[in-house]
Structure formats: C-alpha cells, structure tokens
Design a protein around this ligand. Sequence first.
Ligand SMILES: Nc1ncnc2c1ncn2[C@@H]1O[C@H](COP(=O)(O)OP(=O)(O)OP(=O)(O)O)[C@@H](O)[C@H]1O
Length: 265
Amino acid sequence: MSANPSYALEAKGLVKRFGGITATNNVSIGLEKGGRHALIGPNGAGKTTLVHLLTGVLTASEGSIHLQGNDITGLSVHERARRGLVRTFQINQLFDSLTPLQTLALVVSQHSGLGTKMWQVMGSSKKVVQRCEHLLEQFHLMDVRDQLTKELPYGKRRQLEIAIALACEPKVLLLDEPVAGVPASERGELLQIVDALPPDVSVLLIEHDMDLVFSFAKRMTVMVNGGVLLEGDPDTIANDERVKAVYLGHGDSVEFDTFEEIISG
Ligand SMILES: Nc1ncnc2c1ncn2[C@@H]1O[C@H](COP(=O)(O)OP(=O)(O)OP(=O)(O)O)[C@@H](O)[C@H]1O
C-alpha cells in the first residue's frame, strides 16, 4: 500500500484483536512531518494498544504502518527505533543508579556506535561530551547533572526521560503522558521543554491532560472504543458535540472539568 509523502508516520486500517476483544478497530492516523499531533480518548479507548502497534511491541492483526514513506509493519521494536521511531519510557533501575550526565553519555555513545564504555568514550570523544552538554541544557538538567537520578524531583526525571529519547535522534517521537504524576509546581518547566522540542522532530503526544494537549497540538485524533471518532484541529475537536459527549459519558471528572473550560473558552 502506498504512503502519503507528507506524513512522517502513517498507519492505515490497523486492527488488533485479543481473542474476542478488538482493542484497535480499523485505525488510520497520519502524523505530518514536523507535526504536533495529540492522541486522546477516555480510558480503555485503545491508545496504549495503538502505541504498541506503532512501536512494534504488538503485531497488528491487519493494516500497515509507514515511517518516512517506508513500510515498517513487519519490523521489530529495535529496527523501528534504529530508523527513527522512538518512544519515551519511564526510567528503569539501571538509569536510576546513574546521574543524568552518565545516563546521557551512555545513550549518546551507544547511539553513535561507540559502545557503552562511557567513561572511556566521554574522555576520548569530544562529540559525545558536546552532545551530552547540549541535551542537559536543552532539557534543563545542567543543575542536576551529577546527582543520582533516583534522588531527582519527579519533574526532572520526566525531563530526563525525554532527553534520553532525543539522544536517540528520533525522526518521530511518541511522547507518552509526559506530565502524568508531576506535581503542579514542577509542570511549568516540563511544558516549556515539550514546547521547545526541535521542529524537525514529528511528535505524537498521548496525554490525558487537556491543558497540555490543547496548548501543544495542531492536530488531534480522538479514539473511542478502539476506533477513531474524529480527527481535526483543536477548534474542531473542542467544539464537537460527539467528543464532548464521550467525555461526559465517561464521567472522568478531571478530563471533564478541563475539557469544559476549554470548550467554553
Ligand atoms: N493484552 C490484552 N489482552 C486483552 N485485552 C486487552 C489487552 N490489551 C488491551 N486490551 C483491551 O483493549 C482495550 C483498549 O485498551 P488500551 O489499554 O489500549 O486503552 P487506553 O486508551 O490506552 O486506556 P488508558 O488511557 O486507560 O491507558 C481495553 O478494553 C483493554 O481491556
């Protein structure tokens, strides 16, 4: 199946069945090159399943996925990441016991094909050092660069997660709930960082926080019951009665309150 050349990432007719449950039902989505696209929908709508299909964690029952015009439907997670499809992950225990500088040195040197003996690499490769410093600055981590990650405030950990993803030089970044669990006092810095992501990186944001969604996205896809209810610009989404009804129907108070505020302007 041919791909639309204006899309960095394009999924067509994705279906995922788990026994009798259809978690993703004929989903098509196109992320423009350099796009800022949000994927929203109530709990159980199928967002996580779709992300797993896009990244290759799950294999689609039907449908196709193209990255930069190339068919990646049958490729592994690793091969998709190597081609530039990167998802943010929660920091694991390995990174917890390192500092942000050590973590980024490890990721950058591995990504550059220099291996994981980071201190040798740090000492010998000016390129790795410069890239780490740039990332630390870009993600507001300079002040905590030498602190153990497990001791960082939660907001800084989330910033490091995005920095790790960017260290892999993605063409497409799947940004998975970047502000989930971050206290209000630490959100401002995180929002600035998300806003300042490089314009040439196409971003698909999966998020429940409607303030972030509406301040970030130029396009949105709303999923319900495994399918796409509507795709459009933020105004179209905010003013659509069906979208409003979905959020009302699910009675999710946090989403409903913020959504109502946005709709009522
Ligand atoms: N491995 C699985 N086996 C069976 N059913 C599954 C599996 N994974 C997901 N589902 C079902 O698919 C549907 C979609 O779930 P999914 O987690 O993708 O939704 P979601 O939109 O990400 O929800 P949330 O916002 O709560 O994370 C749900 O009904 C869920 O129970």
